[in-house]
Design a protein around this ligand. Structure first.
Ligand code: PLP
Length: 388
């Protein structure tokens, strides 16, 4: 008896693979999982505790409780302007929103364009709905921003959907407004759907702004906008995300949500609404500290012979070039882990375009960053064959 083809063909995440490998060792310095090291702001925690104390421990409406739907609509009043009762669905993390958006829009055999290097879970999500991945490789020389020409070349009669992620995990790239406008015209011309994963939109550095594809002509009605609370409010463990789309898409996604996770805990939803109401300043202070750590880690990485990194514009990842070592990114990460205890993620975990790179999450303390980079520098100095 054989497991299903979906189970056999769905890839596990390279990020978790390194994380699990590192758990077998002691004295490690980890740059793996993309998770804020801050605790969720106190008012959010207090709101959830009070809700549990009040006994709010029951099923809730599939789409989300009105208080949270209204808070999300208010938060998006100047951009997507969603109708709270028809155009928003709260999900178990942005992860579930992405999965059910794909299941809603993609039939087996349809092609889905993904900009690579891409967040590793996209590969699993697309495999789970029988979609076929068509990669558009973003190049380091273009600050990992995809070009309109590359999209044009990737589109064919089987293309159904484009998955965008700006700011990007793993490269930190931000797609500029001019490129987004041209992409929007291209997607409208070819009648394509878009899923726009904008979970890092509040974490953009150097005074820049994340632009959304939904703001360009013809895109609001063909886009499922996905975001969530994990990165913004350091709420990864709470598992709360949301999707915004036109009513028929949200209605279809709600059926899938009802048949999988069903609904979300009321205390979690009340807590997230509280966050949107009163904790946006906390988000900005966390962002500032990511920007400072980004400058720290990029400065230290660029000081290591044989390693270079482009300063990422958003999110909290550095995607460093290790090509000078001549090693594959998997061999490099494994060897580095074994010899120094520094845990990084091989670039190929984010698609073939990631070969020759490693990803480091800098959502970690200054001490970790300094210790990790000290070990990495020593490792590189001790290696033979580094071309400086
Ligand atoms: N999208 C991207 C690009 C991510 O990096 C992540 C998490 O790492 C997610 C979505 C999932 O976020 P959530 O914790 O809300 O499921």
């Amino acid at each position: 008896m054989q497991l299903s083809s979906i189970a056999r063909n769905t890839r596990a995440s390279a990020i978790r693979a390194m994380y699990n490998e590192a758990r077998k060792l002691t004295d490690t310095v980890s740059f793996t999982v993309g998770e804020p090291d801050f605790t969720t702001p106190q008012p959010i925690i207090d709101e959830a505790c009070a809700a549990y104390q009040r006994g709010l421990t029951h099923y809730t409406p599939n789409k989300g409780i009105p208080k949270l739907l209204n808070a999300i609509a208010q938060y998006h009043k100047d951009d997507l302007k969603p109708k709270p009762d028809e155009e928003i669905l709260c999900t178990c993390g942005a992860m579930e929103a992405l999965q059910i958006a794909l299941l809603t829009l993609v039939d087996p055999g349809d092609e889905v364009i993904v900009v690579t290097p891409a967040w590793s879970n996209y590969f699993g999500h697309i495999a789970m709905c029988g979609g076929v991945i068509r990669e558009v490789c973003a190049k380091e020389e273009n600050d990992f921003m995809p070009t309109v020409e590359d999209f044009q070349a990737a589109i064919n009669e089987k293309t159904k959907l484009v998955l965008l992620n700006s700011p990007s995990n793993p490269t930190g790239a931000l797609i500029d407004a001019e490129t987004l406008e041209k992409l929007a015209a291209l997607f409208v011309k070819h009648d394509l759907f878009v899923i726009s994963d904008e979970i890092y939109s509040k974490l953009v550095h150097d005074g820049a702004k994340a632009h959304s594809i939904t703001s360009f002509d013809g895109m609001r009605e063909r886009t499922v906008y996905v975001s969530g609370f994990s990165k913004m409010f350091a709420m990864t463990g709470w598992r709360l995300g949301y999707a915004i789309a036109r009513p028929d898409i949200i209605a279809a996604m709600t059926k899938l949500h009802e048949n999988s996770s069903s609904c979300l805990p009321e205390p979690t939803q009340l807590a997230a609404a509280k966050g949107l109401e009163c904790c946006l300043e906390d988000v900005e202070s966390m962002r500032k500290s990511y920007e400072r750590r980004r400058n720290l880690i990029c400065g230290l990485l660029n000081d290591i012979p044989g390693i270079s990194v482009r300063v990422p514009k958003g999110a909290f990842y550095a995607f460093a070039n290790i090509r000078s070592t001549g090693m594959s990114s998997v061999d490099f990460c494994m060897d580095l882990l074994k010899k120094t205890g520094v845990v990084t993620v091989p670039g190929t975990g984010f698609g073939a375009a990631g070969e020759g790179y490693i990803r480091l999450s800098y959502a970690t303390s200054d001490e970790n960053i300094m210790e990790g980079m000290k070990r990495l520098k020593k490792y590189m100095m001790n290696r033979s064959g580094v071309r400086e």
